[in-house]
Ligand binder design. Structure first.
Ligand code: UN1
Length: 514
């Protein structure tokens, strides 16, 4: 892995490296549509509030044209041997490697996360490509022993169809890649509707993808449509040609997507809100805990689904760790995310700043005490101070996800009590405990421990590797993406029983002789 650290990127240099212009088409079925029919969408730089560039969105007719190519492409793509599909994904991974730096810089510019995290996000794309290449030779089905003589039984996995990927602003490239690369080796084609807050990231990735696919004379395997939720999103939700929608975003929207898909018996992979917590025991290594909490809670300006939003401190170390944490928060460099040395970038937009302010006000109203930060920073840009709020107990606000760097801190005596409060929120994505005691760690990991999809010991809640299945329980939506056997969601399972005898015995000993 080669990572040359910044050279500060300028907008012009990023645009040149990625072939972007001031006005970009937002629809591609393998080749960008010259004149999509939807309204112009202006993308902004969250660090300054300035206009970045425009994207021409797709309309109904563009959607239909793109879907026609995608459904046709599925007919041939599903027949290609999976390892050959994997070979094409390998080439995509190489192309992302070659463009890692400008892609990482574009994420920083358009989404606002710091450059190192932008590079990290592109690395997640590269990693999932590598993972998918290996997977293309490992789409295993089980074989079973039939109860009937002369019969063989096994299961096989077939491609599912066009898969929609509706991605959120905070991971404008990686979440698409987790889904699209798995879907591709599984024999599916993907239709990508990115967040309208970060359309250029999607356009840049699609350009690179189109170029590789064109080398193989392939169109429609990866398609893109930038468009409004209320038209393009609704078309996807209600399109019976799309058997699976992978949606990342708010619980409110996720519920709607799930309902629409369920009505037509479509499947969903939902990755919705998190309300992730770290529990720190008296016996913990506090140096490790401190770094993990700071990165988890303030990193990405609190805009990861996996961001640490609640902190439970055992009473013996609470005062000491809090003091260190407040001190560390005071030194976190905030500013231009592309500037080397910055650790805290902006929030995505003015609405996010308002949500931050409202959450802080509510927390104080409900009995919390602000120990660090608590205020929005005067413009330009959408910056807020990383914030620590001490809470006497779990409050109504601490049961909600606010996409901002607010950490709610609570104290406890016994681990059992901490786990109970930890689990008493609607969301269930990521969780962590810091302890050097095996019993405490295993209590946290046990069936009556953390109820989240991700449970860590001595590492924070965010920054998961792609090799594990990613997702969470309860109102987080239950979906799993990325590693492990998450690929199974992108395929249909077929159970096959083959009779190679000359008689027809029925299962369960049933007799039906004619
Ligand atoms: C998200 O915030 O939607 O575990 C995804 C992490 C990243 C992915 C976050 N690998 O923090």
């Amino acid at each position: 892995m080669t990572t040359t650290m910044p050279t500060t990127w300028t907008k012009d240099a990023i645009f040149e490296a990625l072939g972007l212009t001031d006005m970009n088409s937002g629809v591609s079925d393998g080749a960008f549509f010259p004149h999509p029919g939807g309204p112009e969408l202006v993308s902004e730089i969250p660090a300054t509030g300035e206009r970045l560039a425009s994207v021409q969105q797709g309309d109904d007719a563009d959607y239909d044209a793109m879907m026609a190519t995608a459904t046709k492409a599925f007919e041939t793509w599903r027949m290609m041997p999976a390892p050959l599909r994997g070979e094409i994904v390998r080439q995509l991974g190489d192309a992302f490697r070659q463009h890692k730096e400008p892609l990482g810089a574009l994420i920083s510019l358009e989404m606002g996360k710091i450059y190192s995290e932008g590079l990290g996000e592109v690395q997640e794309m590269i990693d999932i490509c590598d993972f998918a290449v290996g997977l293309s030779r490992q789409l295993y089905g089980l074989s079973m022993h039939s109860e009937r003589p002369g019969h063989r039984m096994y299961e096989q996995w077939h491609p599912l169809g066009p898969v929609a990927v509706i991605s959120a602003f905070n991971f404008p490239m990686a979440v698409w890649a987790w889904n699209a690369m798995l879907a591709a080796v599984c024999g599916d084609v993907t239709v990508w509707k990115p967040s309208s807050k970060v359309p250029l990231c999607a356009v840049a990735v699609q350009k690179i993808t189109d170029e590789i696919m064109a080398r193989h004379a392939l169109k429609g395997i990866f398609t893109l449509i930038v468009g409004r939720g209320k038209d393009v999103g609704e078309r996807i939700n209600n399109d019976p040609r799309i058997p699976l929608i992978s949606f990342t975003g708010s619980g409110r929207m996720g519920r709607h997507v799930g309902e629409c898909a369920a009505k037509r018996f479509g499947r969903t992979i939902l990755e919705l809100g998190g309300n992730n917590a770290i529990i720190v025991m008296d016996d913990a290594n506090l140096d490790l805990a401190l770094r993990a909490i700071a990165f988890g809670a303030a990193g990405t300006a609190g805009q990861r689904c996996t961001t640490t939003r609640r902190l439970f401190l055992q009473k013996g170390i609470a005062k000491q760790l809090l003091e260190r944490l407040v001190k560390a928060y005071g030194t976190l460099p905030m500013g231009d995310p592309l500037e080397p040395g910055t650790l805290i970038g902006p929030l995505i937009d003015a609405g996010a700043v308002k949500d931050f302010e409202a959450a802080v006000a509510r927390a104080v109203d409900e009995g919390g005490t602000v120990l660090a930060g608590g205020k929005a920073v005067a413009g330009p840009g959408h910056f807020v101070q990383p914030t620590i709020i001490h809470c006497p107990k779990q409050l109504a606000i601490t049961c909600e996800e606010t996409f901002a760097p607010i950490l709610y801190v609570m104290e406890f005596d016994q681990l059992d009590e901490a786990i109970e409060v930890h689990n008493a929120v609607p969301q269930g994505l990521s969780s962590a405990i810091f302890t050097t005691n095996l019993l405490s760690a295993e209590r946290f990991l046990g069936p009556n421990g953390s109820d989240c999809g991700i449970a860590n010991v001595n590492i924070g809640t965010s920054g998961a590797e792609i090799g594990g299945a990613f997702g969470g329980e309860k109102e987080t939506g239950g979906g799993r993406e990325s590693g492990s056997d998450a690929w199974k969601a992108y395929m249909r399972r077929q159970t096959c029983t083959i009779n190679h005898s000359t008689s027809l015995p029925l299962a369960q000993g049933v007799k039906f002789d004619i």
